[in-house]
Design a protein around this ligand. Structure first.
Ligand code: DMJ
Length: 451
C-alpha cells in the first residue's frame, strides 16, 4: 500500500516535471519581461541618482566613475536602444537629452578604439536608425572621423588607442578581436554617410588577420600591427579573438560581402577541427597552439559562450545546441558562470562574473532558431540568479567570486546594452526584433540590413 502511494507520488512528480520542461506559458513570458523591465528601470534610476553625466555608477559605493579623464556617457549611450526596444519611452527621452546636451567628442585623450567603436559608435548609429534624429548620425560621423587615424599603421591593422583630438596613436600590440571587430560599425557608417573609406579601412584590417592565419587556418592571440608578426601563438575563441570570428559571419550578413563569407567558412572549419571538444556535459572549445593545433589549456569561459549564438545564426543549429548545453552546465555547476573554467576537471580557473551577456545571448539565438521551451527555462534560471545574487541598493554588481558570491563594485554599461536586452528579447514577442532585418553588433546594438 505504502509502495503504491510512493509510486503515485513519483509519477505525479514526473508529470509536473515534464510539464515544466515542456511549456512556458505566455503569461510566464510576460512576467519575465516585466521583471526585466523593472530591473532596467532600477539600474537606470541608480545611474540617474548617483552618476548622472558620468560613464557608470558603482552599484555598491554609489559613486560615479569615468573610464577616462572626462565622461563619454557610456551608460546612457549604450542603454538608449535598450530603453527604446523595451518601450521605455521616458528613459529613452532622458538618455537622449543627456547625450545631446553633454556628449563631447573634442577629447584630448587616448581611447581604446575597440571599446569606443562597439559601444559608442554602434549605439549612436542604432539610435539614429531607431529614432531618426539626425543629431545621432552627426555624433556618429564625428566619432568615426576621430577614430580613423587608428588605422594608419604599416599593415592597416589599427593601433589599440587613438587620441580623439590629435589623432595620435599608441599600443601596437593588438589582437584579432580588437582588429577584426570594427567592420559592422565602420561599414554602417559608410552606408549612412556615403563615404566608403570607413568600410574599406575596417575590412582591410580584418582581412589582414585572416591573411596571417597559420597553415592550419588559425589566428594567434597577439599581433604587432606595425610588423604584422604574431607575438603569442595561443589560439582559442575567448576574449581577444572571440568577436573577430563573430564579425566574419555578421559582416557577410549585414553587407552581403562574399569575402567575409569565405573567411568565415575557412575559420569556422578550422576552429571546429582543432578547438572543439565534445564532452559529456556539452561541447566546449579549448586553447591550442595556432601552428600545431596541439592543446595548451582545456579552458573555456563566459566570453566563449557567444559562439553557440553565432553558429545558430549561421545555420548550424545542431552544434549551437550542444554548445549551449555546455554553456548552461558552466552556469549551473558553480552558482553562476565563472569567467574561466577547466572543462575537463570541471573546476574554476578564474571565479569572477562581471554581469556578462554571452550565455543569455546564445540562449536567445537557440530559442529563436528552435523554439524549444528549454531555452526559456534556461534563461529564466540565469536571469533569476543575476537578480538574486547581483542586486544591490544602487543597481546590480559584478560578482568577484561565483563560489562565495561576494560582490564587486562595478556595473559595466554592457549590462544595459546586452545582458538585460538579450534577457528581455528571449521572452518578448518576436516582432520586437526581426533577425532577418538586422544584425546585432557584438555589444547587442541592432544594425539594419539595407534592402
Ligand atoms: C562586451 O563589451 C562585448 O560583448 C564584447 O564583445 C565582449 N565583452 C563584453 C561583454 O562581455
Amino acid at each position: 500500500m505504502q509502495r503504491d502511494f510512493l509510486a503515485i507520488i513519483f509519477f505525479v512528480g514526473l508529470l509536473i516535471n515534464c510539464a515544466h520542461a515542456q511549456s512556458f506559458t505566455d503569461q510566464h513570458k510576460k512576467e519575465m519581461c516585466d521583471s526585466i523591465k523593472t530591473a532596467v528601470q532600477f539600474a537606470w534610476d541608480s545611474y540617474k541618482k548617483y552618476a548622472w553625466g558620468y560613464d557608470e555608477v558603482k552599484p555598491i559605493s554609489k559613486q560615479p566613475q569615468n573610464w577616462y579623464l572626462q565622461s563619454m556617457l557610456m551608460t546612457p549611450v549604450d542603454a538608449f536602444d535598450t530603453f527604446t526596444l523595451l518601450g521605455m519611452k521616458e528613459e529613452a527621452k532622458e538618455a537622449k537629452q543627456l547625450i545631446f546636451s553633454q556628449l563631447n567628442l573634442h577629447l584630448d585623450q587616448s581611447v581604446q578604439v575597440f571599446e569606443i567603436t562597439i559601444r559608442l559608435l554602434a549605439a549612436l548609429q542604432t539610435a539614429y536608425e531607431l529614432d531618426g534624429d539626425k543629431q545621432f548620425l552627426k555624433l556618429a560621423e564625428d566619432l568615426g572621423k576621430r577614430l580613423m587615424p587608428a588605422f594608419n599603421s604599416p599593415t592597416g591593422m589599427p593601433f589599440r588607442f587613438v587620441n580623439l583630438e590629435t589623432g595620435k596613436t599608441n599600443d601596437s600590440l593588438s589582437n584579432p578581436a580588437e582588429i577584426g571587430t570594427l567592420t559592422l560599425e565602420f561599414g554602417k557608417l559608410s552606408q549612412l554617410t556615403g563615404d566608403s573609406a570607413y568600410y574599406a579601412a575596417a575590412k582591410k584590417a580584418s582581412l589582414e588577420i585572416f591573411k596571417r592565419r597559420s597553415k592550419i587556418g588559425l589566428p594567434g592571440s597577439t599581433i604587432n600591427v606595425i610588423t604584422g608578426e604574431w607575438t603569442d601563438p595561443d589560439s582559442h575563441i575567448s576574449g581577444g579573438i572571440d568577436s573577430y570570428y563573430e564579425y566574419l559571419y555578421k559582416a557577410w550578413l549585414l553587407f552581403g560581402d562574399e569575402d567575409f563569407k569565405q573567411a568565415w567558412d575557412v575559420e569556422n572549419a578550422a576552429v571546429k577541427k582543432y578547438c572543439l571538444r565534445k564532452e559529456k556535459n556539452g561541447w566546449y572549445f579549448t586553447h591550442v597552439n595556432m601552428n600545431t593545433g596541439k592543446e595548451t589549456y582545456p579552458y573555456y569561459g563566459a566570453l566563449d559562450a557567444f559562439y553557440s549564438g553565432t553558429l545558430a545564426l549561421s545555420g548550424d543549429v545542431a552544434s549551437a545546441e550542444k554548445i549551449q548545453q555546455g554553456n548552461y552546465h558552466m552556469w549551473t555547476h558553480f552558482n553562476m558562470e565563472p569567467e574561466v573554467f577547466d572543462f575537463k576537471e570541471d573546476t574554476i580557473v578564474y571565479p569572477a562574473y562581471p554581469l556578462r551577456p554571452e550565455n543569455l545571448e546564445s540562449c536567445f539565438y537557440c530559442f529563436r532558431f528552435t523554439h524549444r521551451d528549454q531555452y526559456l527555462w534556461m534563461g529564466e534560471r540565469m536571469v533569476k540568479d543575476i537578480f538574486t545574487h547581483c542586486k544591490t541598493n544602487a543597481g546590480y554588481a559584478s560578482i568577484k567570486n561565483v563560489k562565495s558570491l561576494e560582490q564587486e563594485d562595478d556595473m559595466e554599461s554592457f549590462f544595459f546594452a546586452e545582458t538585460l536586452k538579450y534577457a528581455y528579447l528571449l521572452f518578448a514577442p518576436e516582432e520586437v526584433i526581426n533577425l532577418k532585418e538586422l544584425v546585432f553588433n557584438t555589444e547587442a546594438h541592432p544594425l539594419a540590413i539595407k534592402k
